[in-house]
Design a protein around this ligand. Structure first.
Ligand code: NAD
Length: 354
Protein backbone atom coordinates (compact mmCIF):
# COMPACT_ATOMS: atom_id res chain seq x y z
CA UNK A 1 0.00 0.00 0.00
CA UNK A 2 1.10 3.56 -0.78
CA UNK A 3 2.00 5.58 2.34
CA UNK A 4 -0.51 8.22 3.43
CA UNK A 5 -1.52 10.74 6.09
CA UNK A 6 -5.12 10.62 7.31
CA UNK A 7 -6.19 13.79 9.07
CA UNK A 8 -9.76 13.28 10.35
CA UNK A 9 -11.85 16.38 11.05
CA UNK A 10 -14.17 16.64 14.04
CA UNK A 11 -17.83 16.25 13.09
CA UNK A 12 -21.02 15.68 15.03
CA UNK A 13 -23.67 14.36 12.65
CA UNK A 14 -27.30 13.68 13.46
CA UNK A 15 -28.81 11.85 10.45
CA UNK A 16 -32.30 10.54 9.75
CA UNK A 17 -35.93 11.36 9.16
CA UNK A 18 -37.57 13.75 11.63
CA UNK A 19 -34.20 14.59 13.20
CA UNK A 20 -35.17 18.27 13.34
CA UNK A 21 -36.94 17.27 16.56
CA UNK A 22 -33.47 17.09 18.10
CA UNK A 23 -32.65 20.71 17.23
CA UNK A 24 -33.42 22.18 20.66
CA UNK A 25 -31.39 19.58 22.52
CA UNK A 26 -28.47 20.06 20.09
CA UNK A 27 -28.58 23.84 20.64
CA UNK A 28 -28.71 23.34 24.40
CA UNK A 29 -25.71 21.03 24.12
CA UNK A 30 -23.76 23.96 22.62
CA UNK A 31 -24.69 26.00 25.71
CA UNK A 32 -26.05 28.96 23.71
CA UNK A 33 -29.40 30.78 23.88
CA UNK A 34 -29.38 33.69 21.39
CA UNK A 35 -29.41 31.85 18.08
CA UNK A 36 -29.69 33.69 14.76
CA UNK A 37 -31.24 31.51 12.02
CA UNK A 38 -29.85 32.11 8.51
CA UNK A 39 -31.44 31.31 5.15
CA UNK A 40 -31.82 32.49 1.57
CA UNK A 41 -34.84 34.74 0.85
CA UNK A 42 -38.21 33.35 -0.30
CA UNK A 43 -38.92 29.69 0.40
CA UNK A 44 -35.79 29.37 2.50
CA UNK A 45 -37.03 32.13 4.78
CA UNK A 46 -40.29 30.28 5.47
CA UNK A 47 -38.29 27.21 6.47
CA UNK A 48 -36.02 29.34 8.66
CA UNK A 49 -39.04 30.82 10.44
CA UNK A 50 -40.25 27.28 11.24
CA UNK A 51 -36.82 26.47 12.65
CA UNK A 52 -36.84 29.67 14.73
CA UNK A 53 -40.30 28.61 15.95
CA UNK A 54 -38.91 25.28 17.16
CA UNK A 55 -36.18 27.16 19.02
CA UNK A 56 -38.66 29.57 20.64
CA UNK A 57 -36.94 31.73 23.26
CA UNK A 58 -33.52 30.30 22.25
CA UNK A 59 -33.69 32.27 18.96
CA UNK A 60 -33.19 36.00 18.40
CA UNK A 61 -34.68 35.82 14.91
CA UNK A 62 -34.17 35.00 11.24
CA UNK A 63 -31.80 36.61 8.75
CA UNK A 64 -32.80 35.56 5.20
CA UNK A 65 -29.98 37.37 3.38
CA UNK A 66 -27.75 34.53 2.12
CA UNK A 67 -26.52 34.93 -1.48
CA UNK A 68 -24.72 32.44 -3.77
CA UNK A 69 -20.89 32.58 -3.78
CA UNK A 70 -20.85 34.41 -0.40
CA UNK A 71 -20.28 38.03 -1.44
CA UNK A 72 -18.36 39.92 1.25
CA UNK A 73 -20.88 42.81 1.13
CA UNK A 74 -23.71 40.43 2.11
CA UNK A 75 -21.62 39.06 5.00
CA UNK A 76 -21.00 42.59 6.29
CA UNK A 77 -24.74 43.25 6.40
CA UNK A 78 -25.31 40.00 8.25
CA UNK A 79 -22.57 40.82 10.76
CA UNK A 80 -24.42 43.99 11.65
CA UNK A 81 -27.52 41.92 12.45
CA UNK A 82 -25.43 39.49 14.53
CA UNK A 83 -24.15 42.47 16.51
CA UNK A 84 -27.54 44.20 16.84
CA UNK A 85 -29.23 41.00 18.02
CA UNK A 86 -26.32 40.02 20.26
CA UNK A 87 -26.41 36.52 18.72
CA UNK A 88 -24.26 33.86 20.40
CA UNK A 89 -24.70 31.10 17.77
CA UNK A 90 -25.68 30.54 14.16
CA UNK A 91 -28.16 28.02 12.79
CA UNK A 92 -27.88 27.84 8.99
CA UNK A 93 -30.76 26.09 7.20
CA UNK A 94 -30.48 25.64 3.45
CA UNK A 95 -27.88 24.92 0.81
CA UNK A 96 -24.27 25.92 0.35
CA UNK A 97 -25.17 29.61 0.00
CA UNK A 98 -26.69 29.79 3.47
CA UNK A 99 -23.99 27.59 4.99
CA UNK A 100 -21.36 29.84 3.35
CA UNK A 101 -22.83 32.89 5.05
CA UNK A 102 -22.75 31.08 8.41
CA UNK A 103 -19.11 30.17 7.87
CA UNK A 104 -18.21 33.73 6.87
CA UNK A 105 -19.80 34.96 10.10
CA UNK A 106 -18.03 32.28 12.15
CA UNK A 107 -14.69 33.26 10.61
CA UNK A 108 -15.11 36.81 11.85
CA UNK A 109 -16.82 36.15 15.20
CA UNK A 110 -15.92 32.59 16.28
CA UNK A 111 -19.63 31.91 16.91
CA UNK A 112 -20.56 28.20 16.97
CA UNK A 113 -22.58 26.91 14.01
CA UNK A 114 -25.31 24.29 13.81
CA UNK A 115 -26.08 23.49 10.19
CA UNK A 116 -29.19 21.92 8.66
CA UNK A 117 -28.35 21.20 4.99
CA UNK A 118 -31.22 20.95 2.52
CA UNK A 119 -29.13 20.42 -0.63
CA UNK A 120 -26.25 18.03 -1.37
CA UNK A 121 -23.45 20.62 -1.79
CA UNK A 122 -21.56 19.31 1.27
CA UNK A 123 -20.15 22.57 2.63
CA UNK A 124 -21.21 21.59 6.17
CA UNK A 125 -18.46 18.95 6.31
CA UNK A 126 -15.60 21.20 5.21
CA UNK A 127 -13.26 23.75 6.78
CA UNK A 128 -13.41 25.64 3.46
CA UNK A 129 -14.89 29.07 2.84
CA UNK A 130 -15.16 30.63 -0.61
CA UNK A 131 -15.95 34.33 -0.72
CA UNK A 132 -16.53 36.69 -3.66
CA UNK A 133 -15.41 40.26 -3.99
CA UNK A 134 -15.26 42.30 -7.23
CA UNK A 135 -15.97 39.21 -9.35
CA UNK A 136 -13.11 37.19 -7.88
CA UNK A 137 -13.74 34.18 -5.67
CA UNK A 138 -11.08 33.36 -3.11
CA UNK A 139 -11.04 30.26 -0.97
CA UNK A 140 -9.49 29.63 2.39
CA UNK A 141 -9.23 26.60 4.63
CA UNK A 142 -9.50 27.13 8.37
CA UNK A 143 -10.98 25.08 11.19
CA UNK A 144 -12.65 28.29 12.40
CA UNK A 145 -15.38 27.81 9.77
CA UNK A 146 -16.04 24.09 10.35
CA UNK A 147 -19.57 23.75 11.82
CA UNK A 148 -19.88 22.23 15.28
CA UNK A 149 -23.02 20.18 14.55
CA UNK A 150 -24.86 19.04 11.41
CA UNK A 151 -28.44 17.83 11.49
CA UNK A 152 -29.39 15.98 8.31
CA UNK A 153 -33.15 15.61 8.15
CA UNK A 154 -34.29 13.79 5.01
CA UNK A 155 -37.79 15.28 5.42
CA UNK A 156 -36.45 18.79 4.82
CA UNK A 157 -34.97 17.74 1.48
CA UNK A 158 -38.26 16.47 0.04
CA UNK A 159 -39.16 19.98 -1.13
CA UNK A 160 -35.92 20.37 -3.07
CA UNK A 161 -37.15 20.33 -6.71
CA UNK A 162 -35.98 17.21 -8.57
CA UNK A 163 -34.04 19.34 -11.07
CA UNK A 164 -32.06 21.04 -8.29
CA UNK A 165 -31.60 17.71 -6.50
CA UNK A 166 -30.10 16.35 -9.73
CA UNK A 167 -27.44 19.01 -10.19
CA UNK A 168 -26.78 19.33 -6.47
CA UNK A 169 -26.20 15.57 -6.35
CA UNK A 170 -23.79 15.75 -9.29
CA UNK A 171 -21.98 18.58 -7.45
CA UNK A 172 -21.59 16.24 -4.48
CA UNK A 173 -20.33 13.41 -6.68
CA UNK A 174 -17.65 15.77 -8.02
CA UNK A 175 -16.12 15.99 -4.54
CA UNK A 176 -15.86 12.21 -4.29
CA UNK A 177 -14.62 11.82 -7.86
CA UNK A 178 -11.72 14.20 -7.29
CA UNK A 179 -11.02 12.72 -3.83
CA UNK A 180 -10.27 9.41 -5.56
CA UNK A 181 -7.37 10.99 -7.46
CA UNK A 182 -6.41 13.68 -4.92
CA UNK A 183 -2.72 14.29 -4.36
CA UNK A 184 -3.23 13.57 -0.62
CA UNK A 185 -5.77 10.76 -1.07
CA UNK A 186 -5.95 8.06 1.58
CA UNK A 187 -7.70 4.69 1.74
CA UNK A 188 -10.37 5.72 4.28
CA UNK A 189 -11.53 8.74 2.29
CA UNK A 190 -11.40 6.67 -0.90
CA UNK A 191 -13.82 4.19 0.67
CA UNK A 192 -16.17 7.04 1.55
CA UNK A 193 -15.79 8.47 -1.95
CA UNK A 194 -16.73 5.23 -3.66
CA UNK A 195 -19.70 4.70 -1.35
CA UNK A 196 -20.80 8.33 -1.84
CA UNK A 197 -20.71 8.01 -5.64
CA UNK A 198 -22.55 4.67 -5.49
CA UNK A 199 -25.24 6.05 -3.23
CA UNK A 200 -25.87 9.20 -5.29
CA UNK A 201 -25.63 7.53 -8.70
CA UNK A 202 -28.30 5.08 -7.54
CA UNK A 203 -30.54 7.65 -5.84
CA UNK A 204 -30.62 10.56 -8.30
CA UNK A 205 -32.44 8.81 -11.18
CA UNK A 206 -34.99 7.52 -8.63
CA UNK A 207 -35.56 11.11 -7.39
CA UNK A 208 -35.99 12.34 -10.97
CA UNK A 209 -38.63 9.65 -11.60
CA UNK A 210 -40.38 9.97 -8.23
CA UNK A 211 -39.42 13.14 -6.35
CA UNK A 212 -41.17 12.04 -3.15
CA UNK A 213 -39.34 8.67 -2.97
CA UNK A 214 -38.23 8.91 0.65
CA UNK A 215 -35.66 6.13 0.44
CA UNK A 216 -34.05 7.71 -2.62
CA UNK A 217 -33.90 11.08 -0.86
CA UNK A 218 -32.36 9.38 2.16
CA UNK A 219 -29.73 7.61 0.03
CA UNK A 220 -28.90 10.89 -1.71
CA UNK A 221 -28.46 12.77 1.55
CA UNK A 222 -26.30 9.97 2.95
CA UNK A 223 -24.18 10.11 -0.21
CA UNK A 224 -23.95 13.89 0.07
CA UNK A 225 -22.63 13.60 3.61
CA UNK A 226 -19.93 11.17 2.49
CA UNK A 227 -18.99 13.32 -0.52
CA UNK A 228 -18.85 16.45 1.65
CA UNK A 229 -16.53 14.61 4.02
CA UNK A 230 -14.25 13.81 1.08
CA UNK A 231 -14.15 17.49 0.08
CA UNK A 232 -13.26 18.48 3.63
CA UNK A 233 -10.53 15.89 4.00
CA UNK A 234 -8.41 15.95 0.84
CA UNK A 235 -7.40 18.43 -1.86
CA UNK A 236 -9.26 18.76 -5.13
CA UNK A 237 -7.98 19.20 -8.71
CA UNK A 238 -8.81 20.50 -12.21
CA UNK A 239 -12.58 20.08 -11.95
CA UNK A 240 -12.96 22.20 -8.81
CA UNK A 241 -10.45 24.71 -10.13
CA UNK A 242 -12.43 25.19 -13.35
CA UNK A 243 -15.78 25.50 -11.56
CA UNK A 244 -14.29 27.98 -9.14
CA UNK A 245 -12.92 30.13 -11.97
CA UNK A 246 -16.15 29.94 -14.01
CA UNK A 247 -18.47 30.56 -11.04
CA UNK A 248 -16.49 33.57 -9.82
CA UNK A 249 -15.92 35.20 -13.22
CA UNK A 250 -19.33 34.72 -14.83
CA UNK A 251 -21.56 34.28 -11.75
CA UNK A 252 -22.74 30.90 -13.07
CA UNK A 253 -25.04 28.69 -10.99
CA UNK A 254 -22.78 26.52 -8.81
CA UNK A 255 -24.35 23.07 -9.03
CA UNK A 256 -25.20 23.29 -12.74
CA UNK A 257 -21.66 24.37 -13.55
CA UNK A 258 -20.30 21.33 -11.67
CA UNK A 259 -22.70 19.03 -13.49
CA UNK A 260 -21.64 20.33 -16.89
CA UNK A 261 -17.88 20.39 -16.29
CA UNK A 262 -17.42 17.12 -14.37
CA UNK A 263 -17.45 14.54 -17.21
CA UNK A 264 -14.93 16.63 -19.18
CA UNK A 265 -12.52 17.16 -16.27
CA UNK A 266 -12.68 13.42 -15.58
CA UNK A 267 -11.98 12.60 -19.25
CA UNK A 268 -8.99 14.96 -19.17
CA UNK A 269 -7.53 13.27 -16.09
CA UNK A 270 -8.42 9.70 -17.06
CA UNK A 271 -5.10 8.73 -18.70
CA UNK A 272 -3.17 9.83 -15.59
CA UNK A 273 -5.26 7.99 -12.98
CA UNK A 274 -6.63 4.69 -14.35
CA UNK A 275 -7.20 3.19 -10.87
CA UNK A 276 -9.43 6.08 -9.79
CA UNK A 277 -11.32 5.82 -13.11
CA UNK A 278 -11.95 2.14 -12.43
CA UNK A 279 -13.34 2.89 -8.98
CA UNK A 280 -15.62 5.71 -10.25
CA UNK A 281 -16.95 3.51 -13.06
CA UNK A 282 -17.45 0.58 -10.68
CA UNK A 283 -19.35 2.77 -8.19
CA UNK A 284 -21.63 4.01 -10.98
CA UNK A 285 -22.07 0.65 -12.64
CA UNK A 286 -20.76 2.23 -15.86
CA UNK A 287 -18.22 1.02 -18.40
CA UNK A 288 -16.34 4.33 -18.39
CA UNK A 289 -16.18 7.03 -15.69
CA UNK A 290 -16.44 10.17 -17.87
CA UNK A 291 -19.06 8.77 -20.25
CA UNK A 292 -20.99 7.36 -17.28
CA UNK A 293 -21.13 10.80 -15.64
CA UNK A 294 -22.21 12.44 -18.90
CA UNK A 295 -24.95 9.84 -19.42
CA UNK A 296 -26.14 10.20 -15.82
CA UNK A 297 -26.47 14.01 -16.18
CA UNK A 298 -28.40 13.50 -19.43
CA UNK A 299 -30.71 10.95 -17.81
CA UNK A 300 -31.39 13.44 -14.99
CA UNK A 301 -32.41 16.06 -17.58
CA UNK A 302 -29.62 18.43 -16.54
CA UNK A 303 -28.20 21.10 -18.84
CA UNK A 304 -24.95 19.97 -20.46
CA UNK A 305 -23.50 23.13 -22.02
CA UNK A 306 -22.02 26.24 -20.40
CA UNK A 307 -23.62 28.29 -23.19
CA UNK A 308 -27.02 27.23 -21.80
CA UNK A 309 -26.36 28.59 -18.31
CA UNK A 310 -25.25 32.07 -19.31
CA UNK A 311 -21.54 31.86 -20.07
CA UNK A 312 -20.50 34.10 -22.99
CA UNK A 313 -18.37 32.46 -25.70
CA UNK A 314 -15.62 35.10 -25.19
CA UNK A 315 -15.42 33.81 -21.62
CA UNK A 316 -13.63 30.65 -22.83
CA UNK A 317 -10.37 32.52 -23.37
CA UNK A 318 -10.72 34.40 -20.08
CA UNK A 319 -11.30 31.10 -18.26
CA UNK A 320 -8.26 29.47 -19.90
CA UNK A 321 -6.05 32.36 -18.77
CA UNK A 322 -7.47 32.49 -15.24
CA UNK A 323 -7.11 28.70 -14.81
CA UNK A 324 -3.47 28.77 -15.87
CA UNK A 325 -2.66 31.96 -13.93
CA UNK A 326 -3.00 30.42 -10.46
CA UNK A 327 -1.28 27.01 -10.42
CA UNK A 328 -3.29 24.15 -8.94
CA UNK A 329 -2.23 20.55 -8.47
CA UNK A 330 -3.69 18.13 -11.03
CA UNK A 331 -2.81 14.51 -11.76
CA UNK A 332 -2.33 15.41 -15.44
CA UNK A 333 -0.35 18.60 -16.05
CA UNK A 334 -2.37 21.45 -17.53
CA UNK A 335 -1.76 22.16 -21.17
CA UNK A 336 -3.09 25.44 -22.61
CA UNK A 337 -4.25 24.04 -25.96
CA UNK A 338 -5.89 21.01 -24.35
CA UNK A 339 -7.61 23.22 -21.78
CA UNK A 340 -8.97 25.53 -24.50
CA UNK A 341 -10.23 22.50 -26.41
CA UNK A 342 -11.85 21.13 -23.24
CA UNK A 343 -13.58 24.41 -22.39
CA UNK A 344 -14.81 24.84 -25.95
CA UNK A 345 -16.40 21.38 -25.80
CA UNK A 346 -17.90 22.12 -22.37
CA UNK A 347 -19.29 25.43 -23.65
CA UNK A 348 -20.85 23.66 -26.64
CA UNK A 349 -22.22 20.74 -24.64
CA UNK A 350 -20.28 18.09 -26.59
CA UNK A 351 -19.74 14.69 -24.95
CA UNK A 352 -16.44 14.23 -23.08
CA UNK A 353 -13.51 13.04 -25.20
CA UNK A 354 -13.07 9.28 -25.09
P1 NAD B 1 -27.91 27.16 -2.85
O1 NAD B 1 -27.62 27.14 -1.40
O2 NAD B 1 -27.85 28.48 -3.53
O3 NAD B 1 -29.31 26.48 -3.07
C1 NAD B 1 -29.82 26.30 -4.38
C2 NAD B 1 -31.30 26.66 -4.44
O4 NAD B 1 -32.05 25.66 -3.79
C3 NAD B 1 -31.66 27.98 -3.74
O5 NAD B 1 -32.54 28.68 -4.56
C4 NAD B 1 -32.31 27.53 -2.46
O6 NAD B 1 -33.22 28.47 -1.95
C5 NAD B 1 -32.99 26.25 -2.90
N1 NAD B 1 -33.24 25.27 -1.86
C6 NAD B 1 -32.33 24.79 -0.98
N2 NAD B 1 -32.89 23.83 -0.23
C7 NAD B 1 -34.18 23.71 -0.63
C8 NAD B 1 -35.26 22.87 -0.24
N3 NAD B 1 -35.12 21.91 0.68
N4 NAD B 1 -36.43 23.02 -0.88
C9 NAD B 1 -36.58 23.94 -1.87
N5 NAD B 1 -35.59 24.73 -2.30
C10 NAD B 1 -34.41 24.63 -1.67
O7 NAD B 1 -26.95 26.22 -3.69
P2 NAD B 1 -25.97 25.03 -3.32
O8 NAD B 1 -25.67 24.39 -4.61
O9 NAD B 1 -26.48 24.20 -2.22
O10 NAD B 1 -24.67 25.77 -2.79
C11 NAD B 1 -23.86 26.53 -3.65
C12 NAD B 1 -22.93 27.43 -2.85
O11 NAD B 1 -22.25 26.67 -1.87
C13 NAD B 1 -21.85 28.06 -3.72
O12 NAD B 1 -21.63 29.38 -3.30
C14 NAD B 1 -20.63 27.19 -3.44
O13 NAD B 1 -19.43 27.87 -3.65
C15 NAD B 1 -20.85 26.83 -2.00
N6 NAD B 1 -20.19 25.56 -1.60
C16 NAD B 1 -19.20 25.63 -0.69
C17 NAD B 1 -18.57 24.49 -0.26
C18 NAD B 1 -17.50 24.58 0.79
O14 NAD B 1 -16.98 23.58 1.22
N7 NAD B 1 -17.10 25.76 1.20
C19 NAD B 1 -18.96 23.24 -0.76
C20 NAD B 1 -19.97 23.19 -1.71
C21 NAD B 1 -20.61 24.36 -2.11
Amino acid sequence: MQSFVYDALPARVVFGSGTIAQLRSEVERLDVNQVLVLSTPGRGEAQAREIAGILGELSVGVYPGAVMHTPVAATEQALQVVKDQNADAIVAVGGGSTIGLGKAIALRTNLPQLVIPTTYAGSEMTPILGETKDGVKTTQRTLKVLPEVTIYDVDLTLSLPAAIAATSGMNAMAHAVEALYAQDRNPVISLMAEEGIRSLAGALPRITEAPQDHMARSDALYGAWLCGTCLGAVGMALHHKLCHVLGGAFNLPHAETHTIVLPHAVAYNAPAVPDAMGRIARAMGAADAAQGLFELAKRLGAKQALRDIGMPEEGIEQAVKATLAAPYWNPRPLDEAALRHLLTRVWNGDPPLA
